[in-house]
Each structure stands twice: as structure tokens, then as C-alpha cells.
Design a protein around this ligand. Structure first.
Ligand code: 6PG
Length: 464
């Protein structure tokens, strides 16, 4: 018997995706550490559709041609090593599918090298964590389109689905899939930080306890229907079995990151597009990491006074801030996707991207429905902020954020992502920005020249 697809890399994501795929298709698996394969087969697999293989050659020869090989391994060097080790066994038209969080430029390079050898390649973003991998993730494939056609049924069966269809769609050539997944993660960083800032404000300025916050987040989420809000509400309620205290109070305020958020910001800078709310999410993790320094510093500064606040008055403002800054994070992400699509000729379909993000992935939320509607009305929309679906709501919410920012500043609580979102909105709708002064300064000290409002051409002034 030959198997429809093969999967290399039995980490939890790889295992769960295998079990998911095996519900509808036959699948052969391989892992470098052999004990993991045995463990998986003995403890997790109850399905005839899964075949364990213990040598690469055996793995490849157990697959139907053209072979479809999915890699679920750590991004970076390991992907290159596995591809190299596979090559001697592959034939023309075989398909390698990278399902990890690879950097999009690595995907471009791998696709080019493999295509030159006649091997087809797909760079596929997969979102939804361990649960999603098992029960239906959002899948973002890009690369050789004719290769996608051969695996589309497997992907559609594995993906989450809504009444609009499976949460998977061929997104574009080369690294389009991994680029879109990177931006998905950038938006994820932004919204996570917005929630973290609201939590910080609630505990430090309003003196709320986790249970109260959990109830508030849960109530708001009846409206937002956002996975990240939902898990935040649940986190607030969780007890530590050992101490009986709330677990959130015992978790260290120091967050790691694996790169996709940073790459989003790097790419945005390379493409000359600002994504300040997403950037704030990345920066906040960097600030969190220097815990020892922060603790030392805090001893040198008197603690800020706590402003007098009214809970009933503030909660609606916080809810508005959550709405506003979350939508802005999506707006920044989609604007960057548009820039990248033009620059890299991905020919992205933004409505379709919003559709496949509607379930399975980490940033799934009720906002994705109006985002689809906005792009359905105007696929070339420059920014979601001007879309009929968002314009007046954003405007109304922006008006409410001032008070939060003032009171947070009084209390010494950073609201970087929320503040960045507001500034992004204000910049994007500003007829006049102060860059006339920047031009003048550049020309003053460096003779960099400037342009004028009243005349065409390039000017320089002897300023002194
Ligand atoms: C997803 C997530 C996932 C991500 C991790 C951690 O969509 O399922 O985005 O792919 O890699 O959640 O990312 P960080 O370690 O960078 O926070």
C-alpha cells in the first residue's frame, strides 16, 4: 500500500496534524528521534491510516507519486537539513510542503532551488496551536500553484471550516503563504499586547482582581467573539492548584518570542510601511525581558500617584480601546499585506485572507466579517480605517481613549500599543503632519534639499 501524504517531524504540532489528516487520508510519518515515532504510534495512534517509518528511504518509498511530504519542524537550519537529506530519494514533480513558521525569504530561496531540480514546493502557514492542529487549523498555503492543486483536498479536509467553506485557500506564488502567516502573527502580537495593557490598567489603576477582570473580558467577548479575548478571560479565572492563588498572579512578567513578530516589523521597515501597534507588541516583549533591570530601576523612582478613577466610567472606555486598537492592528497588517503584495507580486486576495482567518487561527474574531465586507466592496482599499464598516466606530472609540491615556500616564502605566494605535489613526487621517519641519532640518544640517507646497522642484536654502 502506498500512502497519500508523508509528514516529517513529530512534535506536538506534527503529531496532532497527523491525527487530523488521518481522519480522511492515509499518511506515513517519520521523525529523526526514533523513540518519538514509537511513542506516538503506541500512545496516540488508533487509526489504520497512519504508517510509521524509521528510515527516510522507507518513508519516501511508502508514498504515492508524485510524493507529498509535509515538514513540521523548527524553522531555520533544520528545514534546510531535512530538505537536503530528502533530495537523494525524490523524483521530478514530488512536492515538499513546509508547514512551519519559516522566514518568507528562506521560503523564496528553497522554492527556487527546489524548482530548479524539478521538485515542487509549498510554504504553508498553519495557525491554531496544538488544538487547531488536531481539530482544524487555519491554513495559509503559497508556492507552486499546481502543487497546491494536488494537496488541496487533504488541506481542505484538515482545516477548520465555517459556513463559507474550509479555512484554507491558495494565497499566491513563492512565499505568499508564509508572508501572510507572518503578518497573522504580527497582528497576534499587537492584539495580545493591547489585552495585556488593558489588564495592566485594570489591575494597577483600577485595582481590579483577576476574577473581576475575567468576568469583564468574558462579557465584552459576547460582542467581540475574539479567541484572544476568550482565552484572556479564561486565564484570569484559573487557579494555581498548589497555592490556591490565581495563576496569573504567579506567572513571571517576562515574555519570549520566536521571531515572527520581529520579522513583521523588519519587513514593514524594509517596505517603508508603518505598523506601530504591531511594533509596540514586539517592543513590549523586549521591555519585559529585562526584568532585573526594571526591578533595580523601580527602586530608584518614587512610585507614581494613583489617579482617582471611576470604575463605571472607565470600563466602557477600556472596551472601546480594545475594539479600537484591535481593529487598528488588523488595519496595519492588511495595509502591509497590500504593500508586500505589490512589491513581491503575490496578487493577494485580502477578502479571502480574512475569510480563512475566521476560524481555526489565533486571531479569529468577529472583526473578520466586516473586514471581508470592506474588501468585498473595495478590494484596493488603502486602509480599513476608511471602510464604511469601521470609519465611524473607530472615530467614536478614538474620542474615548484620551482619558485612559492621561490616567495611565499619571499612574506610570505604559499603554504603548493602545497609544500607538491612536497615533497611527491620527497620522493616517491627518491632512497636515509636521514633516515640513523635518525637511527643513535635513536641509539645514545636511543640504538634503526640500520640496515646496507652492512650487514644483527641489530647493536648498543657506539657512545661516
Ligand atoms: C499560531 C501561532 C504560532 C506561534 C506561536 C508562538 O498562529 O498558531 O502564531 O504559530 O508561532 O504561538 O509565537 P511566539 O513564540 O513568537 O510568541
Amino acid at each position: 500500500k502506498k500512502y497519500e501524504i508523508g509528514l516529517i517531524g513529530l512534535s506536538v504540532m506534527g503529531q496532532n496534524l497527523t491525527l487530523n489528516i488521518a481522519r480522511n487520508h492515509s499518511i506515513a510519518v517519520y521523525n529523526r528521534t526514533k523513540s518519538k515515532i514509537r511513542n506516538f504510534m503506541e500512545n496516540k495512534v488508533q487509526n489504520q491510516n497512519v504508517k510509521a517509518t524509521y528510515e527516510l528511504e522507507e518513508f519516501v518509498s511508502s508514498l504515492k507519486k508524485p510524493r507529498k511530504i509535509m515538514l513540521m519542524i523548527k524553522a531555520g537550519k533544520p528545514v534546510d537539513l531535512v530538505i537536503d537529506s530528502l533530495l537523494p530519494y525524490l523524483e521530478e514533480d514530488d512536492i515538499i510542503i513546509d508547514g512551519g513558521n519559516s522566514h518568507f525569504e528562506d521560503t523564496n530561496r528553497r522554492l527556487k532551488n527546489l524548482n530548479e531540480k524539478g521538485i515542487r514546493y509549498l510554504g504553508v502557514g498553519i495557525s491554531g496551536g496544538e488544538y487547531g492542529a488536531l481539530h482544524g487549523p487555519s491554513i495559509m498555503p503559497g508556492g507552486n500553484e499546481n502543487a497546491y492543486a494536488e494537496v488541496s483536498d487533504i488541506m481542505e479536509n484538515a482545516a477548520a471550516s465555517t459556513e463559507k467553506g474550509a479555512c484554507v485557500s491558495y494565497l499566491g506564488p513563492r512565499s505568499a503563504g508564509h508572508y501572510v502567516k507572518m503578518i497573522h502573527n504580527g497582528i497576534e502580537y499587537g492584539i495580545m499586547e493591547v489585552l495585556a495593557e488593558i489588564y495592566d490598567y485594570m489591575r494597577k489603576v483600577m485595582q481590579l482582581k483577576p476574577v473581576e477582570m475575567g468576568n469583564i473580558f468574558a462579557k465584552w467577548n459576547q460582542e467581540f467573539d475574539s479567541y484572544l479575548v476568550e482565552i484572556t478571560a479564561k486565564i484570569m479565572q484559573k487557579d494555581d492548584p498548589k497555592t490556591g492563588r490565581k495563576l496569573i498572579d504567579l506567572i513571571l512578567d517576562k515574555a519570549k518570542h520566536k521571531g515572527t513578530g520581529k520579522w513583521s516589523v523588519q519587513s514593514a521597515l524594509d517596505l517603508g510601511t508603518a505598523i506601530p501597534t504591531i511594533n509596540a507588541g514586539v517592543n513590549a516583549r523586549l521591555m519585559s525581558a529585562i526584568k532585573t533591570e526594571r526591578v533595580e530601576n523601580s527602586a530608584q523612582f518614587a512610585s507614581s500617584s494613583r489617579p482617582v478613577v471611576n470604575k463605571e466610567e472607565l470600563l466602557p472606555l477600556l472596551k472601546s480601546a480594545l475594539y479600537f486598537a484591535s481593529v487598528i492592528a488588523y488595519a496595519e497588517g492588511f495595509k502591509l499585506l497590500k504593500t508586500a503584495s505589490n512589491e513581491y507580486e503575490y496578487n493577494l486576495n485580502y477578502k479571502e485572507i480574512a475569510r480563512i482567518w475566521e476560524d481555526g487561527c489565533i486571531i479569529r474574531s468577529g472583526h473578520l466579517e466586516p473586514i471581508q465586507a470592506a474588501f468585498a466592496e473595495d478590494m484596493q482599499l488603502n486602509s480599513l480605517i476608511t471602510a464604511r464598516q469601521f470609519k465611524s466606530q473607530l472615530n467614536a472609540a478614538a474620542d474615548k481613549i484620551d482619558k485612559l491615556i492621561t490616567t495611565a500616564a499619571q499612574a506610570g502605566v505604559p499603554l504603548t500599543a493602545i497609544h500607538s494605535a491612536l497615533d497611527y489613526f491620527n497620522s493616517l487621517k491627518a491632512e497636515e503632519l509636521p514633516a515640513n519641519l523635518i525637511q527643513a532640518q535635513r536641509d539645514f544640517f545636511g543640504a538634503h534639499t526640500y520640496q515646496r507646497r507652492d512650487q514644483e522642484g527641489t530647493f536648498h536654502t543657506e539657512w545661516e
